[in-house]
Design a binder for this molecule. Structure first.
Ligand SMILES: Cc1ncc(COP(=O)(O)O)c(C=O)c1O
Length: 391
């Protein structure tokens, strides 16, 4: 597909991209925040992975696999406005956060600040360190949707080693006030770690403007490359200070020297890398990320505001509760609805040809830029019908 240059993604652009995703042949997919669907470009890339492995065997490492992993690193860096040397590859968000959490000693600074509605694996990194005396402080959300900066008042002080939060919340879609939290963290001498799983591929991200120390994300959801490939960004000035206590031979300055007697770290974010990466994920991931770069994050963001506005308008008309920010500027690509029997409703919608999701007590709808307005309207028609039959 040729590069589109209009400022917005219109229905025609969306329909063209939609045709690249075979999943739409049997379901109207509105669940990209759980798992991005595979495009034919990704299937072709996985075929190339199979061919390279089969043709070369071990030399594939030199000929195509390591170059492909570097391409993945470069795409991640481009998507977040970082230098490639500031980005390394990891396997999951949990492993990425574990590596980051392992860089602190927690002696003087034995507190970490998280947000109470955040994805569990973020606080878990430090709840697991509870036995070492690390104390996790939680910001509370008054409206159960957002965390204005005030909700962190009194929590970020000289005892804190990390502020660790999502950029966009997985269960409300709210965008967190990251630049302000970066300022608060740095004023207290703490570091800020941001999980951007629901931001990269949804909105334009620039880690320099956000002022963060660490930023993680991956291809599973909005970047359309499937599971198993994540990244860690480390702010350049911090790299040489980091002493991770979990490590591997990929984090050595010269891994192919095979020197077991001395561990020398590189002056790049690769000092946080662990062991052999799952290479197939880089083939798929680069393809997914290239589609996002082609569609352009700024255009995707405005398309998502439009599509999520459509969901909200329909929900308001039907009288469903909305547990997401009502204004598009405060929201990523997720809308949470308070409806009757969300789990059963999701199952019934699946039977009727619509894939959405639920989280405890709520229905989760997450369009992506390739969804048409018609996808959203038909799904909301079906939801209204399903709900009218439920007590
Ligand atoms: C915000 C967020 N972080 C992390 C994860 C998952 O982490 P991991 O890659 O460790 O499975 C999810 C959901 O899959 C998520 O929504």
């Amino acid at each position: 597909m040729s590069q589109t240059v209009s400022a917005t993604i219109d229905e025609e652009d969306a329909a063209r991209y939609r045709a690249e995703f075979p999943i739409f042949e049997h379901t109207t997919y509105l669940n990209s925040c759980s798992l991005g669907p595979p495009s034919v470009r990704v299937f072709d890339a996985l075929d190339r992975y199979r061919e390279d492995w089969s043709r070369y065997g071990a030399p594939a490492w030199w000929l195509t696999w390591l170059p492909k992993l570097n391409e993945a690193r470069e795409r991640f860096a481009r998507l977040i406005g970082a230098g490639t040397h500031e980005v390394t590859i990891s396997h999951s968000i949990s492993s990425a956060l574990s590596s980051i959490a392992s860089t602190a000693a927690y002696n003087e600074r034995n507190a970490v600040v998280c947000a109470e509605l955040d994805f569990p694996t973020i606080p878990y990194q430090w709840l697991a360190k509870g036995r070492e005396g690390v104390n996790v402080r939680f910001a509370r959300s008054l409206d159960r949707v957002t965390f204005p900066v005030d909700s962190f008042s009194g929590l970020i002080d000289s005892r804190v080693s990390f502020v660790a939060v999502s950029h966009v919340l997985y269960n409300t879609g709210a965008i967190m006030p990251i630049p302000q939290l970066s300022e608060l963290a740095h004023a207290a001498g703490a570091r800020i770690v941001v999980d951007g799983y629901h931001a990269v591929g949804v909105l334009p991200v620039n880690v320099k403007d956000l002022g963060v120390d660490f930023y993680v994300g991956g291809t599973l959801k909005w970047l359309l490359g499937g599971p198993g490939l994540t990244f860690i960004y480390v702010r350049e000035e911090l790299i040489s200070q980091l002493q991770p206590s979990i490590t591997g031979w990929f984090s050595s300055a010269d891994q192919f020297a095979f020197d077991p007697l001395d561990l020398v770290w590189p002056d790049t974010a690769n000092r946080l890398e662990l062991g052999t990466p799952a290479v197939a994920t880089a083939y798929a991931g680069v393809e997914g990320m290239d589609m996002i770069l082609e569609a352009r994050p700024d255009r995707i963001y405005s398309r998502l505001k439009f599509l999520t506005d459509c969901v909200i308008t329909r929900a308001q008309r039907a009288g469903y509760g909305i547990r997401s920010p009502l204004l598009g500027d405060g929201r990523g690509g997720i809308v949470m609805l308070e409806i009757k029997q969300p789990q059963d409703s999701v199952a019934e919608l699946l039977r009727r040809g619509f894939t959405v999701d639920y989280r405890p007590g709520l229905l989760r709808v997450s369009p992506h830029f390739y969804n048409t307005r018609d996808d959203v309207e038909r799904c909301m028609d079906a939801l209204d019908e399903v709900q009218s039959g439920m007590s």
